[in-house]
Design a protein around this ligand. Sequence first.
Ligand SMILES: C[S@@+](CC[C@H](N)C(=O)[O-])C[C@H]1O[C@@H](n2cnc3c(N)ncnc32)[C@H](O)[C@@H]1O
Length: 262
Amino acid sequence: MPSWNPELYLKFNEQRTRPARDIAVRAAALFAGREGPCSAVDIGCGPGNSTAVLAERFPGASLTGVDSSPEMVEKARSSGTKAEWLVADAAEWEPDRKFGLVFSNAALQWIPDQAGLIERMAGWLESGGVIAVQVPGNGGSPLHRSLLETAASFAGSERFTGLENAIRYHEPDYFLAALEAAGLEGDLWETAYWHRLPNRDALIEWYSGTGMRPWLDRLEGEGERDLFKKRVLGGAAPEYPELDDGSVFFPFRRIFFTGVKK
Ligand SMILES: C[S@@+](CC[C@H](N)C(=O)[O-])C[C@H]1O[C@@H](n2cnc3c(N)ncnc32)[C@H](O)[C@@H]1O
């Protein structure tokens, strides 16, 4: 599993948390006219930013945050959000109770068998419970494409063998089929957020905190990592034109889905 740096991740906290807020609004709507969830679990809770969204939106619910990164969970524990925090691999973790809401923001792409996880999530729900998930759909972005091209041509590229599957981006039909197979009443939509970043270097800073981590972990020392980042940015830069003030738009496609247990 890749290493995580909570401080670097939280540099873009506002932009990264926004889809969590958006999917939480939809999850709340699915409880309209009935009591909200008494309990909710946040899978891949990271530093607790998405769990904090749940605490705000569902103040009566007891919360559990699950993440495989001890660094992220340590940060979540010190976040001030009241929750049970667990270090566990979502691909294997099984709760000892049912939840009204199973939530996940920007984490499923790290799980090899996402359809299998969705089926297990459905099994964690109380009757009438809801799963609400957001996953990035930016596998075709110029930045990710440049990352893969850079890795293929970089000195010692055999070091990156196997990383093609470090992140698995799926399309909506995959998730709709998984929801149906899990016996959930599914709904899905997508959004592209046009984040305005202060400069092109911020693109690399953003990706160094998430999608580029498995590749950076296999490089030796800061010098080599800087060279790798420079090449990734060089390959992607023409697709992110600078505005007059040097800032750039970073279009970021995200896929959202919910499932209700009948
Ligand atoms: C991009 S962060 C998302 C954090 C937070 N949910 C948010 O909304 O910003 C992805 C998180 O998924 C976690 N993760 C990756 N693979 C995981 C796994 N197999 N089981 C549990 N957590 C995992 C990572 O440690 C990381 O904290």
